[in-house]
Structure formats: structure tokens, C-alpha cells
Design a protein around this ligand. Structure first.
Ligand code: NAP
Ligand code: GDD
Length: 359
């Protein structure tokens, strides 16, 4: 039985990846902060409590910024694979808390690499790093690139992107060490991926949750920031498959590769709102522009812009080209944009007690 360590197991990706690895027969160890709710609600939602009782899923207390936590975990559980998903993953918060973001998103990775080396585990372990399309940041605007792939230059625009880029290069460097032991590492440069378990602070879930509440009569208006931003939105369940596939690469460490994981399609935040409204049988009519733009359903105001949700710098266009992942890993997204929105909308309607018509 293989053992996998997942940092960030209480998050969207960590919980869905845990479910996948348990199905594959792994013993899964999850690093969990003491401040997380217990038992973590996403793991409960996925019905993983039995795995906790049987011991195939173990939650171990610790913090990625504390190197002792990592050393103790590696020593105790000797994982074959490490998936480093722990992060301060909210880009807007990173502008307000850049030091905390750097500490979790960059120093956390250094801690993992340092622990592997201190315990002489370089040959024993494989490391997946959650890199991000935010590292491409301004490439669309500055370099006029309409899609991004593994060869696209990085141009981060946020403290989040900066910290993730530093971590990315640290993890890439670990497999190209010239004098010393190399570590088998892979970075997944994942574009936005969402699900029913997406944090409510991210725009897609904020939209589906708010529209369900508006439908239930519990909320009046959904306030958003930049409606023009374009993202390449995929389904998280498809994306965790790619994480696992990346760690099944063969050959010596310096031949391991990083992959862009994306759908190849991009849409504005406004289009996401329209698609979510469509699931409710609503047709939204936009009036005004910029800070005064408003969305109406019939004559009811449903969406308005609040400048407090604008960021000091925003990434205007992300659209990934997953051709390399298709060719080498055989990975492709299975869930369409419309299916993704429908799944999220149905989940949030159900949470509001609203019956969803069968598809
Ligand atoms: P998420 O839902 O925000 O989960 C983040 C996880 O990190 C949570 O389990 C959180 O624990 C944990 N964490 C935060 N600080 C920690 C610390 N100091 N020590 C230990 N654990 C800590 O994020 P996600 O959407 O699943 O994303 C997973 C990873 O992929 C992140 O690294 C993110 O940056 C990256 N990524 C995500 C996307 C995307 O679109 N989802 C795209 C590209 C890359 P608590 O429950 O205690 O807060
Ligand atoms: N969160 C949020 N809230 N975003 C809004 C809002 C709002 O009210 N209104 C407009 N937006 C815009 C943001 O300005 C951004 O351009 C876009 O919606 C997407 O924002 P988020 O859903 O917060 O995601 P993100 O793209 O900033 O970051 C996510 O994807 C990255 C990969 O590209 C996170 O999951 C990151 O951790 C991940 O690395």
C-alpha cells in the first residue's frame, strides 16, 4: 500500500484528491492546521468519515510554516508521494497579507524540501507542487498572448503569484541539482478549477451561492468587482486526476516535467453570471458600465458592482493550452463549462432547500 501525504487536505482540492487516492488504495495522511474545523466539513461532505475510522485516512496536526511539523510527519509516516496543496490561496487577501502569503506559499515549500533532504528521503519520495496560472499574470496584456502554456514567460501581478512563482522555481530546481541528490518533483500549473466544494470567497461559488439565496428570498443583490476578468474555469475533480498522473512519471528526476492543466476556453465573470442565471431559467439584462453596471432579471435588480471587490492589480485574461498534458499524460478535461456551472448551481439550490429539476 502506498502512502500519500496531502498538505491542504481540508481545502477544495485536498479533500477531493484524498477521496481519489483512497479509492486507488492509498493510505492518506493529511496535514491539518489546529484552527481547521474538526472533522473538516469537506471530508464529511465527501463521506470520508469511515476512512478516518478505519485508519486509511489519518489527519495529523501541524502547520506548513513550522518545519518541525513537516519533519515529524515525514519521519513518522514515510510517504511515497507528497502533494503540497496548502496555501493562502485567496489572491485578494494576498494584497492585504503579503508576508503571511509568502510564508505559507513559499517558505512552506522550502520547509518540505529541507525536511526531505534532512531525512535523506530524496530517493524515496515524489513531490507534487500546486503551481498556478496566476504566475502568468500580465502576459496577456503585456505580451499580447491569448493563451498560456509551459513555455509562456511568467509575469505575476500579485503577492500570491510572486510567492507561488518562487516556490515553483524552488521545486523545479530540486530535480536539477547538479552536485547533490535530486528529488523527483512535478509542478502542476493549474488554471482556475471550481466545484461544489469551492470556497465561498472565490467568484464562481460566490455567484452560485448568492443566486441560490436570491432565488430562496434570503438575499437581495449580488455585489461583484471586475466583471471583465476572463478565466479558464474547469472542474476540480478532473484536475486532481492530473495531479496524481503527474506523480506517476517515470525516469530520473531531471527528466520529470511540469504541466499546464486547463480547458483551453476562457470566459468573463459576467458570462459566468449569465450561465448561472440560465440554470435558474433567468435571462439577465445588463445596463450601465464600469462601477455603474447593473444586472436585472425582469425588473428586479440582481447584480451590482461594488468597487471594494476590485484588486490593486487584476489578471485580465487567463486561457491555458493543455496540449502537453493531453499528449504526454493523456489527460483531458471531462466536464464542460455549462456542466460545471450546472453542478455548482444545483448544489447551492439544494442547500437552500430548492428542488432541482432532473437534467
Ligand atoms: P483552498 O480550498 O483555499 O485550500 C487551501 C488549504 O491550505 C486548506 O486546507 C488550508 O487549511 C490549507 N492551509 C492554509 N495555510 C496553511 C498552513 N499554514 N499550514 C497548513 N495548511 C494550510 O485551496 P484549493 O482551491 O484547494 O487549492 C489547492 C492548492 O492549489 C493551493 O495551493 C492553491 O494555491 C493552488 N491552486 C488552486 C487553483 C484553483 O483554482 N483552485 C488553481 C491553481 C492553483 P485550513 O482549512 O486550515 O484553512
Ligand atoms: N473573489 C472575487 N470576488 N473575485 C471577483 C469578484 C468578487 O466579488 N468580482 C470579480 N472578481 C474577479 C476577480 O477580480 C478575478 O479577476 C476573478 O473574478 C477570479 O477571482 P477568484 O475567483 O477570486 O479567483 P482568482 O483567479 O483570483 O484565483 C483563483 O485561481 C487561481 C488560478 O488562476 C484561486 O483559486 C487561486 O488560488 C488560483 O491560483
Amino acid at each position: 500500500m502506498k502512502t500519500a501525504l496531502i498538505t491542504g487536505i481540508t481545502g477544495q482540492d485536498g479533500s477531493i484528491l484524498a477521496e481519489l487516492l483512497l479509492k486507488k488504495g492509498y493510505r492518506v495522511i493529511g496535514l491539518m492546521r489546529r484552527i481547521s474545523t474538526e472533522p473538516p466539513y469537506r471530508l464529511r461532505h465527501l463521506g470520508l468519515e469511515d476512512s478516518l475510522h478505519s485508519g486509511s485516512l489519518i489527519l495529523a496536526g501541524g502547520d506548513i510554516t513550522d518545519i518541525n511539523s513537516i519533519i515529524n510527519l515525514l519521519k513518522k509516516y514515510q510517504p511515497d508521494e507528497i502533494y503540497n496543496l496548502a496555501a493562502q490561496s485567496d489572491v485578494a487577501i494576498a494584497f492585504e497579507q503579503p508576508h503571511l502569503t509568502a510564508s505559507i506559499n513559499y517558505i512552506g515549500v522550502l520547509n518540505i524540501l529541507t525536511a526531505i533532504r534532512a531525512l535523506n528521503m530524496e530517493d524515496a519520495v515524489r513531490l507534487y507542487q500546486a503551481s498556478t496560472s496566476e504566475m502568468f499574470g500580465g502576459t496577456a496584456r503585456e505580451l499580447k498572448l491569448q493563451t498560456q502554456d509551459e513555455k509562456t514567460p511568467f509575469w505575476p501581478l500579485s503577492p500570491y503569484g510572486n510567492a507561488k512563482l518562487a516556490a515553483h522555481f524552488e521545486v523545479v530546481r530540486a530535480r536539477h541539482v547538479e552536485h547533490g541528490k535530486q528529488i523527483r518533483t512535478a509542478c502542476g500549473i493549474l488554471f482556475n478549477h471550481e466545484s461544489e466544494l469551492r470556497g465561498e470567497n472565490f467568484v464562481t461559488r460566490k455567484i452560485t451561492k448568492a443566486l441560490a439565496r436570491i432565488k430562496a428570498g434570503k438575499q437581495d443583490i449580488l455585489y461583484l468587482g471586475n466583471l471583465e476578468a476572463k478565466r479558464d474555469w474547469g472542474y476540480a475533480r478532473d484536475y486532481v486526476e492530473a495531479m496524481w498522473q503527474m506523480l506517476q512519471q517515470e525516469g530520473p528526476a531531471d527528466q520529470w516535467q511540469d504541466f499546464v492543466i486547463a480547458t483551453g476556453e476562457t470566459r468573463t465573470v459576467r458570462q459566468f453570471v449569465e450561465a448561472a442565471c440560465k440554470c435558474l431559467g433567468w435571462s439577465i439584462r445588463w445596463e450601465g458600465a464600469g462601477n455603474n453596471e447593473k444586472g436585472y432579471v425582469d425588473d428586479k435588480l440582481v447584480v451590482a458592482v461594488n468597487p471594494k471587490f476590485f484588486r490593486p492589480n487584476d489578471v485580465y485574461l487567463l486561457c491555458g493550452n493543455p496540449a502537453k498534458a493531453k499528449k504526454i499524460l493523456g489527460w483531458r478535461p471531462k466536464t464542460s463549462f455549462d456542466e460545471l456551472v450546472a453542478k455548482m448551481m444545483a448544489h447551492d439550490l439544494k442547500q437552500e432547500g430548492i428542488a432541482v429539476p432532473a437534467a
